[in-house]
Write a protein that binds this ligand. Structure first.
Ligand SMILES: O=C(O)CCC(=O)C(=O)O
Ligand SMILES: [Fe+2]
Length: 304
C-alpha cells in the first residue's frame, strides 16, 4: 500500500500539532484558515525539490519522518487525510512544485501562468448537497506546508463570504441554481465533466462553494453572466490575502469557504524551486462505500 510507511510513522507521533485541537478547530471555523508551524521540520534534511512526478517515491522515502509528522498533525487536528482516485497516483501527500512538462498547466505542478481563485476538486459534492454513497466528497480542508519558498510567489486566500457580500441578490440566486458545468481540474489523469450543479450552496445560513475560475461554465446566458460577475469580483486584489509562509510553516484552510490562488513564476528545475506539500482533509471519516479499496486503504476516495 502506497502510504503505509508514512501512516505507520504518523501513528507513532502525538505532538505534531503545535496548538490544542480545540483552539485549532475554533480558529479554522471562525476565520476559515489557520497558520501553524510543524515542529518536526528540519530544513537541512530536505532533498532537492523534485522536477518529475517519478521522483516522489525517492523523496518520500528520504523525507518520510517529515511526511509522517505532517499526517500526524492532521490526525491530531481531527482531520481525515484523503486522496482521490485518478489524482496524485494514490499518494496522500501532493508535491506542489513545478514539474517538467507540466509547467504550462494550470495545476499545482504548473508555474508559468497565474492560477486564479479556485476551490480544489470542485466537481465532487460540496457541503449542503446530498453526498453520493459511491463517490468521495469535495475536500473540506486543504493544508499547504512550505518546504522552500520563492520570493514574489504567493499562495493567496479569499474569503467566500467577502466575495458573496459584493454580489447582488439576483446574482447570488442564479449562482445557487443547478445551472453550471464543472470540468475536472488538470491535476486529474483523465477528463470529466459534471453538469447541472450550483456554484454556491447555503447550508443553515453558511455559504459553501465549488467556484473554480478556470473550470466553471454557465449553461444559460443568465448563468454565464452571473458567473462572469463572480469571476470579476474574485480578481479584485484587495480581497486577496497573501499567506506568509516560511519554510516549516503550514496553512490549513476551509476549501469550500475560501478560494486560493498562486501567481505565475519562472521555474528553474535545478532542485531549488518553490516547494509545498499539500494534504486534503475531511472533517468526518468517509463512508466505507466511498472508498476505492476499503480492504487496503481507508483514505483513497472513488471519483469515477
Ligand atoms: O501553489 C500554490 O500555492 C497553490 C497550488 C494549488 O492551488 C493547490 O495545490 O491546490
Ligand atoms: Fe488548488
Amino acid at each position: 500500500m502506497k502510504n503505509e510507511r508514512i501512516l505507520i510513522i504518523a501513528d507513532q507521533i502525538h505532538d505534531a500539532l503545535p496548538m490544542p485541537v480545540n483552539k485549532f478547530r475554533k480558529k479554522l471555523e471562525d476565520e476559515c484558515f489557520v497558520i501553524w508551524k510543524l515542529p518536526y521540520f528540519k530544513k537541512e534534511d530536505l532533498t532537492e525539490t523534485p522536477v518529475l512526478p517519478d521522483y516522489v517515491n525517492y523523496v518520500e522515502s528520504k523525507n518520510s519522518d517529515l511526511h509522517g509528522a505532517y499526517l500526524a498533525a492532521h490526525f491530531e487536528a481531527g482531520l481525515w487525510p484523503v486522496v482521490y482516485q485518478g489524482e496524485n497516483d494514490g499518494h496522500l501527500i501532493r508535491h506542489v512544485c513545478p514539474m517538467m512538462q507540466s509547467e504550462s498547466e494550470i495545476s499545482s505542478y504548473g508555474a508559468k501562468f497565474d492560477f486564479y481563485p479556485h476551490v480544489d476538486n470542485p466537481d465532487l459534492s460540496i457541503t449542503g448537497e446530498t453526498p453520493s454513497h459511491r463517490l468521495g466528497c469535495c475536500p473540506d480542508t486543504l493544508t499547504l506546508l512550505c518546504l522552500r519558498k520563492e520570493h514574489g510567489v504567493n499562495t493567496s486566500l479569499l474569503l467566500l463570504d467577502q466575495v458573496i457580500s459584493l454580489l447582488s441578490e439576483q446574482t447570488i440566486e442564479i449562482l445557487s441554481q443547478p445551472l453550471f458545468i464543472i470540468k475536472r481540474p488538470a491535476s486529474f489523469s483523465s477528463e470529466s465533466l459534471v453538469e447541472g450543479v450550483p456554484v454556491i450552496v447555503n447550508k443553515e445560513g453558511t455559504w459553501y462553494s465549488r467556484f473554480d475560475w478556470h473550470n466553471t461554465m454557465g449553461m444559460t446566458p443568465a448563468a454565464e453572466l452571473a458567473l462572469e460577475r463572480m469571476r470579476y469580483i474574485t480578481l479584485e486584489k484587495k480581497l486577496w490575502f497573501n499567506v506568509p509562509l516560511e519554510p516549516g510553516d503550514a496553512v490549513t484552510f476551509l476549501n469550500q469557504r475560501t478560494m486560493h490562488t498562486r501567481n505565475a513564476f519562472e521555474p528553474r528545475f535545478d532542485g531549488s524551486d518553490r516547494w509545498l506539500l499539500r494534504i486534503f482533509g475531511m472533517k468526518n471519516r468517509p463512508l466505507e462505500t466511498q472508498l476505492l479499496e476499503p480492504e487496503s486503504c481507508l483514505h483513497h476516495l472513488r471519483t469515477l
